[in-house]
Design a protein around this ligand. Structure first.
Ligand code: DHB
Ligand code: MG
Length: 220
């Protein structure tokens, strides 16, 4: 099937549910204007993250990989007034763009963007013993297992650990791949498959973004 139809359906759903307002559109524009990677989640994916955050009644959310703050806005809006989002971004110029977008979204009270190496920042955040209800990783794929283990330490029974881009246009099938991102998600997927502390559903996603997939792990 043509990927064009996936894009059209994505666009149909985004319009039908009025998913993208001017703040989200401006956020995407800021990513293009600053020549950042166009790797934000789509509006439909954002809505799905928001639904998951509400489902687990999230009060504390941690995101690894803010980029321009697009998914961060979705998560922030989902928990506004009842919870907080901490989003970690290693690239200082991206973190600046994200902070600016969070401010425009009027979410500065809900969302904090921390600049730094995610594993180091997570070690600091671990000092706060409030369990993390939802953890979203959308960053360097080779570190996914490390982020997962850190997330697990900070979780409670019923927390969600979510990872973006675990299918990578089907390249996840390539056992001989030399691409560190593919290797990273292949290792992550099999780590999840063998981990007894979580139950995981991985599903493929199509739409306006490249064909990819998401892993959702429920902490048991
Ligand atoms: C890449 C990273 C992402 O987070 C994404 O959604 C798509 C692609 C990448 O690094 O290739
Ligand atoms: Mg991603």
């Amino acid at each position: 099937m043509e990927s064009a139809v996936f894009q059209k359906v994505d666009s149909y759903l985004t319009t039908l549910f009025s998913l993208e307002d001017s703040v989200l559109k401006q956020t995407e524009q800021s990513i293009r204007n600053n020549n950042m990677p166009e790797h934000s989640v789509s509006a439909n994916q954002g809505q799905f993250l928001s639904l998951l955050a509400k489902l687990c009644q999230a009060k504390r959310i941690i995101e690894v990989g803010s980029l321009g703050g697009y998914s961060t806005i979705w998560l922030g809006r989902a928990v506004k007034d009842i919870g907080k989002v901490t989003s970690i971004e290693v690239e200082p110029s991206f973190a600046d763009v994200a902070r600016n977008n969070i401010e425009k979204a009027k979410l500065s009270e809900t969302v904090e963007i921390i600049t730094g190496d995610a594993l180091q920042v997570l070690k600091e955040l671990e000092k706060d013993k409030t369990p993390v209800d939802l953890f979203f990783m959308d960053a360097d794929k080779p570190n996914y297992i490390n982020y997962f283990n850190q997330a697990l330490k900070m979780s409670r029974k019923g927390s969600l650990i979510i990872a973006d881009n675990v299918i990578r246009n089907g390249k996840v099938l390539d056992v001989n791949s030399q691409d560190e991102k593919v290797i990273g998600v292949r290792e992550y997927n099999s780590y999840l498959a063998n981990n007894k502390k979580v139950t995981t559903s991985i599903f493929q996603q199509v739409g306006e973004k490249e064909y990819d997939g998401i892993a959702i792990s429920l902490v048991l």
